[in-house]
Design a binder for this molecule. Structure first.
Ligand code: SF4
Length: 315
């Protein structure tokens, strides 16, 4: 398969993500995402707080990529998404990291916000597979993806774990600084569902953890339940009864607390239940939801470069 979008040569005027900012990353320029042509990672470790079919008992092998094409004002991972915290590594090291996570018992390799490094994934995953990587690849994304990129990643990705953040483009503009989030996310989602179908649909191990599938995540924002319900409408219209994960873990960061207003607080029980009820009304039959209140620090791991560098005594 020709990976035209994912060829490293495209980085001289990068259009890898829907921002198409055309940064000359090959010459060292940073794109809006904060990335140059060098892979940068913030953490690689087992994570136990994804949805049960992803984390299981053993944990998901999460790899957090530094930088992000979106600039969500309420981001929980702002040190890495906007601050670009991390360590530069080679694609060969990324392949080793995948194998190390597999050795630690990970159920899968969970690539968190790899959109702006997607051109390096084919080489890294192929190298890891050649050296014995046998667990599924999870592509954990904001949903702001080009359809072409989804297509080109198709034969590499086993599980799509994709956000659908906003139904109102104005809200996406105000909170994530992109003009076209809903239409982009809907097109990308349709393509992900199509690719999964082409591979025969979802598949699971005997213990219920997944080897192939899709989950569409939505984080309910305080004061924006109407938009959350419209997001569910868009998902239903696009792909029908897909597994969804409706999350109430919104935690105001320091900037949001300082700014005041709706985004300075957590989501109320009533707000969350209203969105869950709407999902029920639409007919979603496979839904993940969170118990208790919002705000649990365990959802946001420390970004301390754990697992990124090769240990001196390793291998
Ligand atoms: S991936 Fe980064 S550099 Fe490339 S178009 Fe998107 S924001 Fe710009």
């Amino acid at each position: 398969m020709t990976r035209s979008l994912l060829l490293p040569s495209t980085l001289s005027a990068c259009e890898l993500c829907p921002r198409r900012c055309r940064a000359d990353r090959a010459a060292g320029e940073r794109g809006v995402c904060g990335a140059t042509d060098t892979l940068r990672l913030a953490r690689a470790a087992l994570h136990f707080w994804e949805e049960p079919p992803i984390s299981g008992e053993e944990g998901s092998g999460t790899v957090f990529f530094s930088g992000c094409p979106l600039k969500c004002v309420y981001c929980q991972n702002h040190e890495i998404s906007t601050g670009n915290f991390g360590i530069d590594v080679s694609p060969e090291r990324l392949a080793q990291i995948m194998l190390e996570l597999q050795d630690q018992g990970a159920l899968n390799i969970n690539l968190v916000t790899a959109t702006h490094y997607a051109h390096l994934l084919p080489e890294a995953i192929a190298a890891a597979r050649a050296q014995g990587l046998a667990i599924p690849i999870v592509y954990n994304t904001s949903g702001y993806e080009r359809v072409e990129a989804v297509r080109e990643l198709d034969d590499l990705v086993d599980i799509w774990l994709t956000d659908f953040k906003y139904a109102d483009a104005g809200l996406g503009r105000a909170l994530s600084h992109v003009p076209d989030y809903p239409s982009v996310a809907q097109s990308a989602l349709i393509e992900m569902a199509r690719q999964l179908e082409r591979h025969g649909g979802g598949a699971a191990r005997a213990d219920g953890t997944w080897t192939r599938g899709i989950i569409v995540r939505h984080l309910v924002l305080p004061g924006h339940t109407e938009d959350s319900c419209r997001v569910l409408d868009l998902i239903w219209d696009a792909v029908g009864d897909v597994p969804i994960s409706v999350m109430n873990q919104y935690t105001p960061n320091a900037a949001m607390r300082a700014a005041g207003g709706e985004l300075a607080r957590a989501v109320t029980r009533e707000e969350y239940e209203r969105v869950l009820d709407h999902a029920d009304d639409l007919g979603f039959t496979q839904m993940f939801w969170q118990e208790g209140g919002a705000v649990d620090e365990s959802f946001t791991p420390p970004f301390d470069t754990t697992g990124v560098l090769e240990r001196a005594d390793a291998r």
